[in-house]
Design a binder for this molecule. Structure first.
Ligand code: GTP
Ligand code: MG
Length: 447
């Protein structure tokens, strides 16, 4: 699936997913992971399909499914949108979260970026809380080798207690290990205990109350500890999805309601409100991810130079971030507008002189007036105008944009703008699209 209406249309993320098994014994495997780690590349290589891939995050916005065979069994792979956490911030992330938590896949294959394993593990740990069968696929191993990053996979496997496999998604051979690992996880799971994010003692104590009740209730395939944590957190969107999944409102259960209230009182007594709970959960996850990769990832070259740190401070600092960003933006506007005028004028001269000749030729062969009007004035004149106005700025702007992206400045812009954009229910990444639109508008207004 490419950038089709179904894939990116307004309601793409809301489209219900109906799993299309070929037989009852099919294994349904969700391909989850952070954005841009190679999920769709893995999916395409294994299923022979053509899901959209590219070198920027957020390409996959809805679930896609495809089949593959391994060891005499049919596997239904589901390529889901990239997400940084099971606490979604966008419609695509909600699609991903809902499929992992409520779509009942037999297993979740979490694709990770070998060059940023610690960050990727945050999601792995959250998915491990929510799903009983998880495999970790450390992809982009070729990139890690190139950057002299050594990843000791057996050590990570031992620490997490789930299968961990290194892959290079562009090489199909390495992906067969992925299916083998999933099969092993489903048929003969590891004897080693699964890792579990350790929360502060007071949270663990509070969780025990709702967990005790949930273990006596029918909660489908859901994990009682994970569910207790979510109910305590009162994540409204998740609770709505949960209601649809279970077909009933868990808050209507009097025993559970009392258990949750007791847990909340315990937290309040310890001075932990909802935001505090969020922070403690996030901190525990990040710290546990950090601990899990200690000794697993070894940088043979210094990963982050002093220069990078200084640039970070300059580009994202409270005092300097916005002025530097405005200067950059103004410079790019100026460069695009100033340097595109000459090629725009040249292109316009060429196209309009060709148009005049075409018009003369149509007159010479006695083409009816109305047809010339429609063709020359109605269609081609507008087309020539649009091409001559838009092409030169785009030819200047996009390479500049690519340079900024490769230099790592665009993610810093997205970071700077995330907070103000969040106030309008958007996210920092959307600023980049606005840049493109602004440049186009500026050019049109100037013309
Ligand atoms: N060098 C290298 N490149 C890879 C590998 N796997 C994927 N890529 C490239 O990484 C980029 C992102 O791949 P995608 O498959 O689109 O990533 P994704 O996780 O589906 O991204 P989203 O759908 O946006 O979340 C593409 O340019 C791929 O060609 C790999 O193992 N090695
Ligand atoms: Mg994708």
């Amino acid at each position: 699936m490419g950038l089709t209406k179904n894939a990116v249309g307004k309601r793409a993320a809301d489209a219900p997913l109906s799993i299309q098994r070929k037989g009852l014994k099919d294994r349904v495997v969700a391909l989850a992971g952070n954005p841009n780690v190679g999920k769709s590349t893995v999916f395409n290589a294994l299923t022979g399909m053509n899901q959209h891939t590219g070198n920027w995050p957020g390409k996959t916005v809805t679930n896609a499914q495809g089949h593959t065979r391994f060891a005499d069994r049919n596997y239904l792979l589901v390529d889901i949108p990239g997400t940084y956490s099971l606490l979604p911030h966008s419609a695509e992330e909600t699609v991903a979260r809902d499929f992992i938590c409520f779509g009942e896949p037999d297993a979740v294959a979490v694709v990770c970026d070998a060059t940023a394993l610690e960050r990727n593990l945050n999601l792995v740990l959250q998915i491990m809380e929510a799903h009983p069968h998880v495999g970790v696929f450390v992809n982009l191993m070729d990139e890690a080798n190139r950057k002299k990053i050594r990843v000791y996979l057996p050590l990570l496997e031992k620490r997490l207690g789930i299968p961990v496999v290194g892959t290079v998604a562009r090489k199909k051979k390495s992906l067969l290990c992925l299916l083998q690992a999933i099969e092993t996880e489903l048929t003969a799971p590891q004897a080693a205990p699964r890792a579990r994010i350790p929360y502060p003692q007071v949270i663990e104590q509070a969780l025990a109350y709702p967990m005790q009740i949930l273990k006596q209730r029918d909660i489908g395939e859901l994990d009682a500890r994970w569910l207790a944590l979510k109910l305590l957190d009162r994540d409204e969107e998740l609770i709505a999805s949960l209601k649809a999944y279970l077909g009933r409102d868990l808050f209507a259960d009097a025993d559970l309601y009392i258990a949750l209230s007791t847990a909340k009182m315990l937290l309040n007594d310890a001075g932990i409100d909802r935001d505090g709970l969020h922070d403690l959960i996030a901190t525990a996850t990040v710290e546990f991810a950090e601990e899990s990769v200690r000794g697993v990832v070894v940088y043979e070259k210094q990963p982050y130079s002093t220069l990078d740190r200084r640039l970070d401070r300059l580009f994202t600092g409270r005092l300097t971030g916005y002025p530097v960003m405005l200067l950059f933006l103004a410079f790019i506007f100026w460069l695009t507008v100033a340097f595109s005028n000459i090629p725009s004028q040249g292109l316009s001269n060429i196209l309009f002189s060709l148009l005049d000749r075409l018009s003369e030729w149509l007159s010479s062969i006695n083409t009816p007036e109305w047809l010339r009007g429609v063709l020359i004035d109605g269609i081609l004149r507008v087309l020539c105008w649009v091409v001559s106005v838009m092409l030169p700025p785009m030819a200047i702007f996009f390479p500049l944009f690519t340079l900024l992206e490769d230099a790592g400045y665009l993610p810093r812009v997205a970071y700077n703008l995330d907070r103000p954009f969040a106030k309008c229910n958007a996210c920092g990444k959307q600023a980049l699209t606005m840049w493109v639109v602004d440049i186009r508008m500026q050019k049109i207004v100037i013309k």
